[in-house]
Write a protein that binds this ligand. Structure first.
Ligand code: ADP
Ligand code: ADP
Ligand code: ZN
Length: 219
């Protein structure tokens, strides 16, 4: 089963993707995470992507298309029961390229799960977001604090990081990019009849429940 978790920055895509990895063995393919890894490693395209990401703009289509295409050819992905696209596609050109590569690889999309969240809630979610530096588990100052203050629930690490682009100004720019370039994809996938809307304003556990219901219906 291959799905897209779709929604604006801060909607909860990463949070829910990690839960689906655990519950269903699906593999999360986050272009944002892959790009941040490239930036940290200082690779050629990482250097180019860094400034674009810090401005809150989209990196060129061909960069993310190539990253995803290569990732789909790796053994862990090929052997998994399915993948969760998180943060990809973000433009119509990316969606068209995805359709083409999935067809070539004999794969198909089963659903595009859209997390609906108001813009003001997104700003609060993103400016309060932090992540375990060791295992990548996501947290929020108000909505998802570690059970023991300062200690990661998953791995016990006491080091946390915040993303360079998780400040209010960049968030506004990212939201603008979302509404202008990414939201039109909902219509693209509606034509394919695979859009499933979920109330992303609900509490984290409730959103998980709604997504699980959608996936149960597909299975
Ligand atoms: P969020 O989950 O908060 O929306 P991401 O981690 O998905 O953020 O993306 C962070 C940044 O990485 C984006 O603002 C953009 O610059 C870049 N990026 C990630 N995925 C894509 C993509 N599919 N196309 C273009 N740029 C991308
Ligand atoms: P995305 O991957 O879509 O950018 P994240 O999953 O990283 O979003 O979530 C953004 C922030 O909001 C995180 O700090 C996360 O803990 C928090 N969060 C996620 N889902 C919810 C929710 N349903 N209600 C409140 N906070 C949430
Ligand atoms: Zn951790």
């Amino acid at each position: 089963m291959n799905i897209i978790l779709f929604g604006p920055p801060g909607a909860g895509k990463g949070t829910q993707a990690k839960r689906l990895e655990k519950n269903r063995g699906l593999i999360q393919l986050s272009t944002g995470d892959m790009l941040r890894a490239a930036v940290a490693a200082g690779t050629e395209y990482g250097k180019k992507a860094k400034e674009i990401m810090e401005r809150g703009e989209l990196v060129p289509d061909e960069v993310v298309i190539n990253i995803i295409s290569d990732r789909l050819d790796e053994d862990d992905v090929k052997n998994a029961p399915g993948v969760i696209f998180d943060g990809f596609p973000r433009t119509v050109a990316q969606a068209e390229a995805l359709d083409k590569m999935l067809a070539e690889k004999g794969m198909k999309l089963d659903a595009v799960i859209v997390l609906d969240v108001d813009d003001e809630a997104l700003v609060e979610r993103i400016t309060g977001r932090f992540t375990c530096a060791k295992c990548g588990k996501g947290y929020h100052e108000k909505f998802e604090r570690p059970k023991v203050e300062g200690v990661c629930d998953e791995c016990g690490s006491t080091e946390f990081t915040r993303r360079a682009d998780d400040n209010e100004e960049t968030v506004r720019q990212r939201l603008e990019a979302y509404h202008a370039q990414t939201a039109p994809l909902i219509e693209y996938y509606e034509k394919a009849g695979i859009v499933k809307k979920v109330d992303g304003m609900a509490a984290i556990d409730e959103v998980t429940k709604q997504i699980e219901e959608v996936l149960d219906q597909l299975a």
